[in-house]
Design a protein around this ligand. Structure first.
Ligand code: TYD
Length: 136
């Protein structure tokens, strides 16, 4: 699927444990403006249900696991994030839904811009229409 891919993160492990570093331009393919994390998600509660007109993101399950359905308007794919050593990159104009959060899951999101509600598309029909207009 274009505009969405798994990025393997190099983990530095030794007898003390493990460490992953995120660096823009190296393993993060955009300039980082914002980081947030989703945690304490209640049982069977899905989140997301939106697309972004211009935002790029990287999602990393730093603890626990969850699933992410990504839809580019032509096809959809479900990714399971269950390791802090893998990130899901999601480009602009991609519908996403997050679900199956495990107990204790912490989903960290790295984003290319500040929080801008006007940049969200929260209606699926509107998302498809925006793609027909060329996206955004
Ligand atoms: P929401 O967009 O509903 O989360 P999700 O897409 O993961 O289901 O965001 C929940 C609340 O948090 C909402 O009131 C907006 C606020 N929020 C911020 O203030 N800053 C942010 O960076 C994000 C992502 C959300």
């Amino acid at each position: 699927m274009d505009n969405c891919r798994i990025i393997e993160l190099k983990s530095f492990g030794d007898e003390r444990g493990s460490l992953v570093a995120l660096e823009m331009g190296h393993n993060v393919p955009f300039d980082i403006k914002r980081v947030y994390y989703i945690y304490d998600t209640k049982r069977n509660v899905p989140r997301g249900f939106h697309a972004h007109k211009s935002l790029e993101q990287m999602l990393i399950c730093v603890s626990g696991s969850c699933k992410i359905k990504v839809d580019d308007g032509r096809k959809e794919e479900v990714f399971e994030l269950s390791s802090p050593e893998f990130a899901l990159y999601i480009g602009k104009n991609m519908w996403r839904e997050m679900f199956n959060f495990s107990q204790g899951c912490v989903l960290m999101v790295i984003a290319s811009d500040y929080y801008k509600p006007e940049e969200y598309i929260r209606d699926y029909g509107e998302f498809i229409k925006s793609l027909e207009r060329g996206g955004g």
